[in-house]
Write a protein that binds this ligand. Structure first.
Ligand SMILES: Nc1ncnc2c1ncn2[C@@H]1O[C@H](COP(=O)(O)OP(=O)(O)OP(=O)(O)O)[C@@H](O)[C@H]1O
Length: 582
């Protein structure tokens, strides 16, 4: 089973010196418990309670009594250092696992996020990484310490028993130890089946949380408070059930081992009675026997922990092993600033089984504005998303300046594209930092100029609090209005100054001031660029140099407004509907 964890041992190797000291301290603490206490019972107690005890001087007495605090101090200090250092290595291991998980999420294709809920992915990144870390560090800690303690205490038993009576006593004392394997194995099997369940249910709880918090407005608007609480109760109840199924077996292990150890000790007691063993010898033996069951319990617990870790491991591997289907080509063609001629050559694409684009061929000349129109779900966004290679074409190819987008480095390709979406996402940072995302090496002057061009400067200066560009915008930018967020997004695009611009025109109406500012900013932004615009406003559509009309994933028609209006019924009806809209 440990073989499953082997690929992840490299996380431990990075912190091997801390771990080595921790394990050494653990072994010392283990030996002090396993062998130290019984030997003390054997050698110290007889001196104090023996016949010659009255003759001891104070110094002799002190010299003997000091063994007790000494052994406990060694055990305590070593035990403390072991726990502290394991925790230290553990938190670092956790940091590394989380970082790798997070990094992997950054490079996975967008299609991956369509298949997994963000709550579940968060849960994997927090709870499952934690579980894996606990399993790894527990294994590292116990795999040497517990066997060492076991060997120490079994060695102590053999030494004592052999010294007291001989081989038979040794065998009687140790007879029950192998029986402990039975509950360890049985419970381990039960837990293995249940290990993934808890993590999965935890993922469901996080998902529900996440979804709920993101929909705070809708829940109030539709009075869904009770329904949501009920839905949440369902997943938390399922989590509790999964947890309790695990706990039921997990917690049975220690008592079962203790019962077996009690049977072993009773057997030894019987035999001791028959051979008239002295009390001091018996007490020393029982202490050693009791100590020997402690590492057995720990090894059993280790077995449980790894079973639980396995469940987490499988969920993490679903992400770690997910192929990064969209990545740099082995031999990329170096590109600088592209001119921006976009061509789709017989492109087909499907998210799952149903095609979202069918055999699309179109050319958009550099420096022109191309409007994408069509009913909802016709494939406009999908078309636009293939240009920055957010998704991979199923068949055909997408080229820019004659070069297949798959032949360029992703960073080179995407540096040439600026994106302004309908609902721009801002990070919970200052406005300045949010603008800087457009081009991280821009100077302050360039950032301010872009904000002015986007008509953002005027509202930024007037923001409540008087912090201007240093105002923090809140999660997803929720302290700004829709129009303000759009202007920030436009300013980013100004800053990026890429030859290709993808615009998703807002469907929701802005207030007239904002609307005028956004439109004016966009008019300036598109100059000299190849623009793909998912268009909703009839003026945008009419003024575009080329229009692509989508219908159910196919390109129904293409041309300019006049020819399409005259020759294409779908376009005419779409346009008339837009024109009639307020
Ligand atoms: N991430 C996704 N996963 C699965 N299917 C998707 C995904 N995104 C879009 N689709 C499907 O692909 C088809 C085309 O969607 P697309 O978003 O390109 O349409 P659209 O023309 O931009 O629509 P709208 O104007 O409503 O935004 C639709 O049937 C849609 O359900």
């Amino acid at each position: 089973m440990l073989r499953r964890f082997r690929p992840y041992f490299h996380y431990l190797r990075e912190h091997r010196s801390v771990l080595a000291v921790a394990i050494l301290c653990g072994v010392i603490a283990g030996l002090a418990t396993g062998a130290g206490l019984p030997l003390m019972v054997k050698f110290v107690f007889p001196v104090i309670f023996g016949e010659d005890a009255a003759a001891l001087t104070t110094w002799e007495l002190a010299g003997i009594v000091i063994w007790l605090p000494l052994i406990f101090t060694i055990r305590g200090v070593a035990g403390y250092l072991n726990a502290y250092l394991i925790q230290l290595a553990g938190t670092r291991v956790l940091e590394s696992i989380r970082r790798d998980y997070f990094r992997k999420l950054q490079i996975l294709p967008l299609s991956f996020f369509g298949r997994h809920s963000s709550g579940d992915l968060i849960s994997r990144g927090l709870a499952d990484t934690n579980q894996l870390q606990v399993a790894l560090t527990t294994v590292a800690n116990e795999i040497i310490k517990s066997p060492a303690t076991l060997i120490g205490s079994v060695g102590g038993i053999i030494y004592l028993a052999y010294d007291i009576e001989g081989l038979t006593l040794v065998l009687v004392c140790l007879a029950a130890v192998p029986l402990t394997v039975l509950p360890v194995r049985h419970i381990g099997k039960k837990l293995a089946r249940r290990s993934g369940g808890i993590q999965k249910e935890l993922g469901a709880v996080t998902s529900r949380f996440n979804e709920n918090l993101a929909a705070a407005r809708e829940i109030r608007a539709f009075s869904l408070e009770e329904r949501e609480t009920e839905r949440f109760s369902l997943v938390t109840r399922a989590l509790i059930t999964a947890q309790m199924k695990f706990v039921k077996y997990e917690k049975a292990l220690a008592p079962l081992i203790e019962i077996i150890s009690a049977v072993g000790i009773a057997g030894t007691l019987l035999y001791a009675y028959r051979i008239r063993l002295e009390q001091a010898d018996f007490v020393a033996l029982v202490t050693a026997l009791y100590a020997a069951y402690d590492p057995v319990k720990r090894l059993g617990a280790l077995n449980n922990e790894t079973k639980r870790g396995l469940g987490a491991l499988e969920r993490l591997e679903a992400v770690f092993n997910e192929p990064v289907s969209i990545q740099d080509p082995a031999q990329p063609v170096a590109v600088g600033r592209l001119r921006g001629e976009i061509a789709f050559e017989n492109v087909t694409f499907a998210y799952g089984d149903t095609p979202a684009l069918r055999a699309i061929s179109a050319t958009i000349s550099a420096g022109t504005v191309c409007a994408l129109v069509g009913p909802s779900g016709a494939g406009k966004s999908t078309f636009a998303n293939l240009v920055p290679r957010f998704y991979e074409v199923g068949a055909g190819r997408v080229t820019i300046d004659g070069l297949d987008v798959r032949q360029m480095k992703l960073a080179d390709l995407r540096r040439n594209i600026a994106l302004v979406s309908q609902e721009p996402v801002l990070f919970n940072d200052t406005i300045y930092q949010n603008l800087l995302l457009g081009r991280s090496d821009a100077t302050r002057e360039e950032v301010l100029a872009a904000a002015r061009d986007a008509h953002a400067d005027e509202f930024i200066q007037k923001l409540e609090g008087g912090l201007g560009y240093d105002t923090v915008v809140g999660e997803r930018g929720n302290r700004l209005s829709g129009g303000q967020k759009q202007r920030i997004a436009i300013a980013r695009a100004f800053l990026r100054n890429a030859p290709i611009l993808i615009l998703d025109e807002a469907t929701s109406a802005l207030d007239s001031d904002s609307e005028a500012a956004v439109q004016d900013a966009l008019r300036k932004l598109v100059v000299g660029k190849t623009v793909l615009i998912i268009a909703h406003r009839f003026s945008t559509i009419r003024d575009a140099s080329q229009i692509l009309v989508f219908d159910k994933g196919s390109l129904a028609a293409q041309g300019d407004h006049a020819s399409l209006y005259a020759g294409n019924a779908l376009y005419k009806s779409l346009y008339d509907r837009q024109a009639a809209a307020p």
